[in-house]
Design a protein around this ligand. Structure first.
Ligand SMILES: C[S@@+](CC[C@H](N)C(=O)[O-])C[C@H]1O[C@@H](n2cnc3c(N)ncnc32)[C@H](O)[C@@H]1O
Length: 286
């Protein structure tokens, strides 16, 4: 006699980041959650990247019946979030085809599509699939653009990269239902925050040293940008918006946040362009 068991009942429904992201906070979410407020109204994440904290908060029920605002300056990333939220099935169809046909030639032809003028007009679902495909197959999952804004990370050497992952996409899609997903500079995003809301800032880190190669985004986020962020941070705090930030443990950053509570926590870097330089760095929670 054969007994059939319906395994779908036991499928994991936990949501998690659908991409690898430089500066991703998966290894730190427990420390971040321990330091965040328990009572707040809306949730804001203006440097969402891979969304490690958002997905963890969602899994743990912290965002139940709350308004959620997620944003980032990277248009390709935000398009991917929007497609996952609204069109997971169509996206998976594209990913399935990329999974079947993945090879070096396909990688470079897909990667180089943004060298064409028509790139902007490509179908948004296909562009989201391209973004995930490149992230899963390029060197170290590094999202790097040249000065013209073209994706220029070479192909990685993964034997069998998982490009099509039904559970990952559907779980992320469920977690994103009802969220506002916007492509904005952080300053424009937080205009929506009101007293009693909670904003978690995770900007590109201020480099640990002048030669530090960790910050690999095209985005420049040095002194001027960090100071712009400090002003916003202070302004929100004075309006009774609850604010929390992760940043690097440097004298410059500590000076910006004198008077705020600063916690030092240990982190292991997952992405660094130079494999040798992977290691522990200390993060700051303001
Ligand atoms: C450290 S990463 C965030 C990582 C994210 N917390 C995670 O867990 O994956 C910083 C993010 O800031 C975004 N960014 C850089 N400059 C920005 C700006 N001016 N406004 C909004 N987002 C920006 C980058 O695209 C990147 O996704």
């Amino acid at each position: 006699m054969t007994i059939q068991i319906n395994l779908s009942k036991f499928q994991n429904t936990e949501s998690k980041p659908f991409i690898k992201w430089a500066g991703g906070k998966r290894a730190l979410v427990d420390s971040i959650i321990a330091s965040m407020p328990r009572n707040f109204n809306a949730y804001f994440e203006p440097f969402v990247g891979g969304g490690a904290l958002f997905f963890a908060l969602k899994n743990q029920g912290f965002l139940e019946s709350k308004a959620i605002y997620l944003s980032d300056k990277n248009t390709e990333l935000i398009n991917t979030y929007q497609v996952i939220q609204k069109n997971p099935k169509a996206l998976l169809k594209e990913l399935e085809s990329l999974q079947k046909n993945h090879n070096k030639e396909l990688f470079y032809s897909i990667r180089n599509l943004d060298r064409n003028k028509d790139f902007m007009h490509l179908d948004s679902i296909f562009k989201a699939a391209r973004f995930i495909y490149l992230n899963k197959t390029c060197f170290n999952g590094l999202c790097r653009y040249n000065a013209k804004g073209e994706f220029n990370t070479p192909m990685g050497s993964y034997k069998n990269p998982k490009i099509y992952d039904k559970n990952l996409i559907f779980n992320a899609s469920n977690a994103l239902q009802g969220a506002q997903i916007l492509c904005l500079d952080f300053v424009d995003m937080i205009k929506l925050a009101k007293s009693g809301d909670f904003v978690y800032f995770d900007p590109p880190y201020y480099p640990l040293s002048k030669t530090s190669s960790f910050v690999s985004y095209t985005d420049v986020f040095l002194e001027k940008e960090q100071e712009r962020l400090r002003e916003i941070f202070k302004e929100l705090d004075s309006k009774n918006v609850k604010v929390l930030q992760s940043n690097s443990n440097t004298t410059f950053i500590k000076e910006q946040y004198k008077g705020f509570k600063i916690l030092e926590i240990q982190a292991k870097r997952a992405i660094n362009c130079k494999g040798k330089k992977r290691g522990e760095i200390t993060e700051l929670l303001n």
